[in-house]
Unconditional design. Sequence first.
Length: 419
Amino acid sequence: MNRKTLLGLAVASGLLFLAHREEVSAYATTGVQWNVASANFSVNPNFTGASSGTPTQQIDEIREAASAWTNQAQIPFAFNYAGTTANATVAYDGTNSVYFSNTDGNGALAIAYWWSVNNVTQQFDIVFYGRHGLTNFAWSKNPNAGEFDIRSVATHEFGHVLGLNHSASASATMAPIILPGSTALRTLEADDVNGARSLYGVATPTISAIYPESGASVGGTLVTLSGSWFTSNLTSVTVGGIPAIDVTVVNTDTLTFITPPAVTSGPVDVAVSCNGLGTCAASGFRYEELSVSDTVAQGSVVPVNFHVPQYSGAPYQACVSLLGGGDTQLGDWLDAADKRSLPVAIDDVFVWSVTSRTPTWFTNFYGNLDGAGNADGFFAVPSHPAISGVTFRMALCVFDADAVSGIGLVSNGATVTVQ
């Protein structure tokens, strides 16, 4: 069993001590580390004193400390919270425990204990102590000048459990001293990051799935990304090069965001950056040029939105067919060199939707996009039993005289089912 301690100094002596300890790179390792990607830990939230917070608040402080190394150092290792424990004794018992002991730490505020086999960590316990001699330690989640910060000290101790020894850099989280009232150890310094990465390397985020894979070009789609090593520190997401809105890291494997309005419709890249390390899903999301509800009620008037920002002011034509007729190959009807497919069939509904120029079921399905590339059409759903359950397909063409077949863009296809 090994152990490392953290000392607390009075403010006056601490300032004198720290004044001569700055070094650029001074991390040290214990020679022991994990050979797995994560380790579970449990917390006994038994700190005493009102300033230490409720049991839930104590747990939150320790969880934040544990996650600091993954989030701030961007290493491929994570401490995972596994619930509470009643453990309050250092023991090699198969449980990684963090708890408070109202006993004398012999000068130490806290001690990290760990067990290893062939320099591979097997288990750890972290103990916060209540006093040194006649001096009682006051623990707090928001310390004043006479209290010690639970989160700062826990962050330091989890660093030992990773395999870091005390650092000679006085500003590092792994320096062996903390001042009462200080929360500085919550934030890793470059020395701490370099030390952690020397042991575990760097975790580059990856993207494995995007859901949904498409949404309206006007933005506002809630998207979930699945992957690995998403961290809450300095995480950014861009969609088509535009910063996403409300990026939320759920855990290291999942994050969510809201799409911004598109600059260009169609397929766009989705890129994630965490602590300056990035990954990209090429054409991972499609901004749909045509958006409409997938189910509609009889007798309703349903908006159909057209949004093609790269074709502001251009003429457009929307078209509709019944589901089941297959796509239409533009090369069969227009320029033989055109290999694109129009995601509707040529049937009576199609002919009606593109040739009628008086208000029908389909209003404003032709015209010119406005200066922002927008137009609004309407589907007036009739009330008739025979139409219940019928599914229509809709698509949009934007005209460009310089493009093949005179069509600059063929949109996504959308389906609408009448209830």
